[in-house]
Structure formats: C-alpha cells, structure tokens
Design a protein around this ligand. Sequence first.
Ligand SMILES: Cc1ncc(COP(=O)(O)O)c(C=O)c1O
Length: 368
Amino acid sequence: MSDMSERSPGGPRLREALEGIPSYKPGRPAATGGPVSYKLSSNENPYPPLPGVLESVSAAAASVNRYPDMACTELYAELAERFGVPATHLATGTGSVGVAQQLLQTTAGPGDEVIYAWRSFEAYPIITQISGATSVQVPLTGGAEREAHDLDAMADAVTERTRLIFVCNPNNPTGAAIPRADLERFLDRVPGDVLVVLDEAYREFVRDERVVDGLELYRDRPNVCVLRTFSKAYGLAGLRVGFAVAHEPVAAALRKTAVPFGVSQLAQEAAIASLRSEDALLERVEALVKERTHVLAELRAQGWTVPESQANFVWLRLGERTAEFAERAEEAGVTVRPFPGEGVRVSLGEPAANALFLQVAAAFRKEV
Ligand SMILES: Cc1ncc(COP(=O)(O)O)c(C=O)c1O
C-alpha cells in the first residue's frame, strides 16, 4: 500500500459547514460566594420537581443498566390522550432543541434556506448551519415596545429554496406572542411544501387569548409542526425531553432521524408523571405568570420600555449598556442572560429573585 500520510497533513477533514458556527451559550450559573444568588439566565422553572415526579425518576433509576423504551410507548400514549392527537403524529427527542435539529435533518441541507426571526432562539442559527443550509434572518418589528415577528417580511422572504421556517411563539428572548389572525394569514401565504415549525416551548405561560394554540392550527395543515418541551413549565430541563406534533410523513421522518435511545427512561417516566400531576405543576406556572405581571408593571413604573411577555422571562433592550447591566445584576446576586449590544433576558424566578432584579433595574434606570 502506498504511503498516504502526506494526503492529510492537517488531520481528519471536517465539514466546511461547521466553520464559524457560533457556540451555544448556556445561561451562567448563579454566582457563588455572595450572600444570596439566583439564576435567572436560562428560563428554567425555579421550583424543584413535584414529589411524585421525583419518585418516578428514582424508581426508573434502579434500571439504568437497561436501555430505555426506544419507542417511548407509554409516553406517546399519555401525550396522545392529553393533547387529543394520534400517537403516530408524535415524535420525541432529547429536548425540543434535539427535535428541532432532527427537523432540519429531515428537511434541509446545502443549498436550502431556513427562515426565522432575529433575534430569536439562539439555537436556530447553530442547528441550521450544522445542517449545511443557509439561514435567512428576518429582523423583529415594532421597536422596543413590541419586539415581534415580522410575519409579512418572513412570508416575503420565502423562495424556491426555502425548506423550513421557525416561528418562535412566544419569542425567546423578547416574550412577544403572535395573535391567531396574524399567524393564520402567514400560514395561508406559505407554500405547502415548506415546513412551518411553531416552536411553543413557552406555551403554558401564554394568557393572552388572542394567541392561538399551535395544536389547533396543525390539524388541517400538513405543513405545520408544533414543538413542545418538558423543560420549562414542567420543570424537567435537566432530563432532556421534548416532542413534536406533526402529520405522519413529518412525524415518521422525525422518528427515523432520532438518536437511538436518546430519551432516557428517567426522562420518559418523569414526563409521564408530570403529565399526571399537571394540575399541581400548572399552579406553579400560574404563580410565575403573576410574577410576570408584577415585574412588567414595576419595570414600566420605573420608566423602562418593555415588550409584553407571554413567556417566563422579560426582555430589556439596553443596547451598549447590556454587559454593564448584567455585571451589576451579578454583583447584586442575580445572573441574567446578556445578548451583548442588544439587551438582557431575565427569567422569572422566585419572588425574592425577581425583587432583587427589580432593585437592580431601578438603580440602573436612575443612572440612565
Ligand atoms: C424557543 C425555545 N425552543 C426550544 C428550546 C429548547 O428547550 P429544550 O431543548 O430544553 O426542550 C428553548 C430553550 O431555551 C427555547 O427557548
């Protein structure tokens, strides 16, 4: 055999598509060492799992020498009943971000385009680039007061090459949600061969009745897929389980692209237990929604312009002063999520954490 060592002096060849991918920045953990510290940087549920959920997880832990049920049979049955959809329309994954990545694998590759609003969920550009497809980012509209999807511009951005559109509703990180009429008008304009993904990671926090539940829209639209997660309202971020609801060809393709045994048995059992304890869980969500109303009102009273949030976080557009605000908050004991040069996203936490954040915001405001 000839000497091949000269053929690859730089080591294994990696896909060019991976060059320059921004890395996903997880929310910083709460600071240690200070008198108190709260993590308001990852849109997590601040409350610990319900007792029944913990018991299910502990019981499942006794069998971690076995692979999980790859078909997620019981979880599918529970989800199908809870949401009134056929089990064949469901596909689970390692968090909804895992399912989102599978959606790209099933629809898009080099030469294809993926449309989404910007700024929106920071994983969209990363997973789009990994797929080899090209991101088409459509700026948010409505200024600091609305920070909303510009659905007309997004529909105008559709070309022959468009394969997938992410609609983040409510939008991370601004919290803005889309009224039913606007979303329906948009869906009517999108060609049927383009998959529209309604990412509803924060659906349980929506209280504005004008905002439609994506599950109502998907039923008679085969090109609509709804993404949901157990990470936020259900408080299972650490277990990595999310799911899609979509018509059969899409759901079946998602199941094909899933990492085998990706959703652990612990995650499956916890998700089932959470669905069965939904009333208790959603009481906690209600407490966070009350906090949201309070925090938004206080911020406005302090003189801030903040968009209406339908999620478990609020958004402050601080521009050049973003990093400074994040530092001040950290010094005071709350870790927030800065997007340098743009603004900070602050998750709603326990009342004491929110109160601390409001103190920081009030002091900062006086200096502006
Ligand atoms: C809009 C949106 N979609 C999806 C996710 C992913 O959540 P997970 O992968 O934990 O389900 C997040 C998490 O921050 C999000 O904000």
